[in-house]
Design a binder for this molecule. Structure first.
Ligand code: 2AM
Length: 172
């Protein structure tokens, strides 16, 4: 069996509504917003994973990172993909720790990470037009206390991303 997997952070309803308001504050983006349930921040994209998930679940269960909060306060735009996103202007250290810890654990058990520089963002729309790169009217505050493993199922109707497991952010 093969599945397309990624680790990510899922906003709760309050944050999803705030993200929706932020996207609507950019009336000219003309893009395709994700299904509200699909809004997420990617931590690490694993791609197609064959066979049993035990090693991946084991790595996630060993992560020791405290809960944290972040403020999404900057719009951004990637012209090649037409992705309009919101990002934190300050990346909290625990977010870097979380990504590094997953990367290191997965590399140690044979998963190859794509080596891109990690750019925390929440995609608000695809196939968008460029937008004025200003902050949202009201910065979106997001408190994080867990991270998730998602399976991506682009062949079916949205939502495309299903959480298959989640772990608390906690120190021992
Ligand atoms: P996203 O914009 O929905 O989070 C696989 O490349 C996926 O990882 C992309 O579809 C994108 O999904 C996310 N991604 C791509 N480049 C990234 C980067 N530099 N940092 C973090 N996530 C990235």
């Amino acid at each position: 069996m093969s599945r397309r997997l990624f680790f990510g952070l899922k906003p709760d309803e309050k944050v999803r509504n705030a993200l929706d308001r932020a996207a609507r504050s950019q009336p000219d983006f003309k893009g395709r917003p994700p299904h509200p349930e699909d809004l997420h921040m990617t931590l690490l994209f694993l791609g197609q994973v064959e066979g049993r998930l035990d090693p991946v679940l084991e790595v996630a269960s060993r992560v020791q990172v405290p809960p944290f909060s972040m403020t999404l306060d900057r719009f951004g735009f990637w012209p090649r993909s037409g992705i309009l996103f919101l990002r934190p202007s300050v990346t909290p250290e625990p977010l870097f720790q979380l990504v590094r810890s997953l990367e290191k654990g997965l590399e140690a058990c044979g998963f190859i990470s794509d080596q891109q520089e990690y750019k925390p963002h929440v995609t608000l729309s695809r196939k968008s037009q460029p937008v004025a790169a200003e902050g949202p009217g009201k910065p979106v505050e997001w408190n994080l206390d867990r991270f998730c493993l998602y399976v991506s199922q682009p062949a079916q109707d949205p939502p495309y991303y299903r959480i298959i497991n989640h772990w608390p952010l906690a120190l021992p």
